[in-house]
Design a binder for this molecule. Structure first.
Ligand SMILES: NC(=O)c1ccc[n+]([C@@H]2O[C@H](COP(=O)([O-])OP(=O)(O)OC[C@H]3O[C@@H](n4cnc5c(N)ncnc54)[C@H](O)[C@@H]3O)[C@@H](O)[C@H]2O)c1
Length: 333
């Protein structure tokens, strides 16, 4: 909403979740006021620390409108969504309702309250299996799951709101978020996560079951899949930059948020072994259907448009994650 929107409060939906809670901290460190809206279905109250928290659902337009009005909200960062690819194929309606219809309800309520700046959590999965790496923003949109389609649809819906209203949006297409805060206070909950770093840490620290590496016969240097792991602190900072960009009247864009460096599954496991001083127990299983061999971002547009670049790499991801999960094990004792 014009040049002054960065003077107001940021509504952060899903701010009690993994990436949302890191972004809340980054925003506050940057001097922004925030208010979190989270159902706490998958988030944790402690992750918000002492930021204002409204417990509720993004479908609840009255609650969103009241929250915007009471807190002087001028910008929205929208994380709240379900994100389990496998589950999305089994129960698609859950994803259409929460990720797509929920976003429409939320945006309608925000627009009615004069909130026109939206930063949206999209995903590199909108591109499916990329034909060319590094992946640029011009790569074809080719979702390969209900989850990925839900992200692509919301990107398009936001684009069309830009045509039919004053709304402007930045869809941040995250690559693989990983790591924890450098002070060890917040990190990813490993209870539900299907991501490699938490699964590797679980295998290492809980000894419940061994990690499965899905395929080691790909056409890559060590035979395992390659991904772009981005430190959650870097990712959080991209949201601060995206809000600043919208505050400068930036146009609606989709931006890849990755480091530009691909790491293989075995590289992640070797780095983990290095940091922990102990090997991650793993078995090699068959390839998983739909897994791209290699995907990593071209971060040029993020740098040109938002002035954002990643500061951290795989080592810091694994170090901070290790410290966080060791603390979780100790807490549970
Ligand atoms: N983690 C990744 O690697 C990754 C990659 C690409 C995109 N994303 C996207 O980033 C966003 C955040 O991911 P995350 O890893 O922090 O997930 P998360 O599950 O930790 O956080 C999501 C939060 O949203 C809340 N929520 C869900 N539905 C809600 C609703 N209807 N109303 C209110 N709150 C609701 C949950 O309680 C949770 O706190 C998601 O939109 C996800 O699709 C994540």
């Amino acid at each position: 909403m014009g040049v002054n929107s960065i003077d107001g409060t940021v509504l952060v939906t899903g701010g009690a979740g993994y990436i949302g809670s890191h972004t809340v901290r980054s925003l506050r460190e940057a001097g922004r006021e925030v208010v979190v809206l989270d159902s706490l279905e998958l988030g944790r109250r402690e992750a918000v620390i002492d930021a204002p928290l409204v417990i509720g659902d993004i479908h609840d337009r009255d609650l969103v409108a009241t929250t915007c009005n009471e807190h002087g909200v001028t910008q929205l960062v929208h994380f709240a969504a379900y994100k389990a690819v496998g589950e999305s194929m089994e129960t698609p309606a859950k994803y259409w309702r929460n990720n797509v219809a929920g976003s429409v309800d939320l945006v309608e309520a925000c627009l009615a309250s004069g909130v026109n700046d939206v930063v949206f959590s999209s995903s590199c999965s909108v591109n499916g299996t990329p034909d060319v790496v590094p992946v640029t923003e011009n790569a074809p949109i080719h979702p390969e799951s209900v989850y990925a389609e839900s992200k692509a649809m919301v990107e398009r819906i936001l684009f069309w709101y830009g045509q039919t209203s004053d709304l402007r949006s930045v869809s941040l297409r995250y690559f693989n978020a990983a790591g924890a805060s450098f002070d060890g206070r917040i990190g990813e909950d490993w209870t539900h996560s299907q991501n490699l770093v938490p699964l590797a840490m679980k295998a290492l620290l809980l000894n419940e079951r061994r990690l499965t590496v899905f395929g080691d016969d790909y056409d890559t240097p060590d035979g395992t899949c390659i991904r772009d792991y981005i430190h959650v602190a870097d990712l959080a900072n991209a949201h601060v930059k995206a809000l600043d960009y919208l505050g400068r009247d930036g146009d609606t864009v989709a931006v890849n948020v990755g480091t530009g460096v691909g790491s293989s599954v075995l590289e992640v496991l070797n780095t983990t072994a290095d940091v922990a001083g102990e090997a991650v127990p793993y078995d090699v299983g068959p390839r998983r259907a739909g897994d791209p061999v290699a995907t990593f971002a071209d971060p040029t547009f993020a740098s040109d448009t938002l002035g954002w670049t990643a500061n951290w790499g795989l080592r810091e991801i694994v170090e901070t994650a290790y410290t966080w999960y060791v603390s979780q094990v100790e807490r549970a004792r």
